[in-house]
Design a protein around this ligand. Structure first.
Ligand SMILES: C[S@@+](CC[C@H](N)C(=O)[O-])C[C@H]1O[C@@H](n2cnc3c(N)ncnc32)[C@H](O)[C@@H]1O
Length: 238
């Protein structure tokens, strides 16, 4: 049986000083090391593109897929009113222990807040694509449009999937296109301490796909911060 909540387990272990290796496997067999420590980094170690984008955050902030709380803690310390959401009980527990004040167990794909509840939302570290498909992400964007104030901002991070020459990735993108999927829709699972999670889909979008998604959901790209291979998009209501 696939193991549940390995992300959360890894966060809890790390918080308790237990450091084990973790891998992410793609469904073509490609495996990457997964560095859990990065999710506990302080602001000085955030990627430059996230640091720059975070300057746009204001007021009441929704942190989508809060993880171990690194961005929430930074914003909270700077006086912003942050709510972190996650589907992992263990991730939420780690956030609680680390001092994130407002937390809710909720999926990015089923946002349940009142209209105009937030002035900003953040989805860092590829969390823009948590809902796994163009349709899923567009559903999230439409709900966000409702719950973010009219002059609000959504800071959304995604790896630019086709900005690579790595042969395994290029092959995977071609395979996706051949089966009618966006190039950056990846099927992944996590391996940790001898256990393996179930498969889940994550969507990484090209800038063109981001523009199309925005057009269809009432958003516009106000500016971008380009890293390699990740991009943070500053999105505003159209
Ligand atoms: C890669 S971590 C990123 C955490 C954090 N944003 C950061 O950059 O440190 C992804 C987090 O998203 C959570 N997650 C996965 N699917 C989710 C969903 N559908 N809704 C909300 N959170 C989700 C995971 O439990 C995990 O804590």
């Amino acid at each position: 049986m696939p193991a549940k909540d390995l992300f959360g387990q890894a966060f809890l272990d790390f918080q308790e000083g237990k450091k084990y290796p973790s891998q992410i496997e793609r469904d073509d067999g490609y495996v990457d090391e997964h560095m859990i420590g990065q999710y506990f980094d302080g602001h000085d170690r955030f990627p430059e593109i996230e640091k720059k984008a975070l300057r746009h955050a204001k007021g009441r902030v929704l942190d989508i897929g809060v993880g171990a709380g690194r961005h929430s803690l930074y914003l909270q310390r700077n006086g912003l009113d942050v709510v972190g959401i996650d589907i992992s009980d263990s991730a939420l527990e780690v956030c609680r222990r680390r001092g994130v004040k407002k937390l809710r167990k909720m999926s990015a794909c089923d946002l349940k807040f009142e209209k105009g509840s937030f002035d900003s939302a953040i989805a860092f570290c590829n969390n823009f694509g948590l809902c796994g498909s163009i349709k899923g992400v567009e559903g999230m964007m439409k709900r966000l449009h409702r719950i973010i104030s009219d002059d609000g901002v959504f800071l959304a991070e995604s790896i630019h999937p086709t900005d690579t020459k790595k042969r395994a990735h290029v092959r995977y993108h071609r395979m996706n296109i051949a089966r009618g999927k966006p190039p950056g829709q990846v099927k992944l699972r996590i391996k940790y301490r001898g256990k393996t999670s179930g498969w889940f889909d994550l969507l990484m979008v090209t800038p063109e796909e981001m523009r199309e998604i925005c057009d269809r959901t009432g958003w516009k790209i106000s500016r971008t911060y380009k890293g390699k291979p990740a991009i943070v998009y500053v999105l505003k209501k159209a």
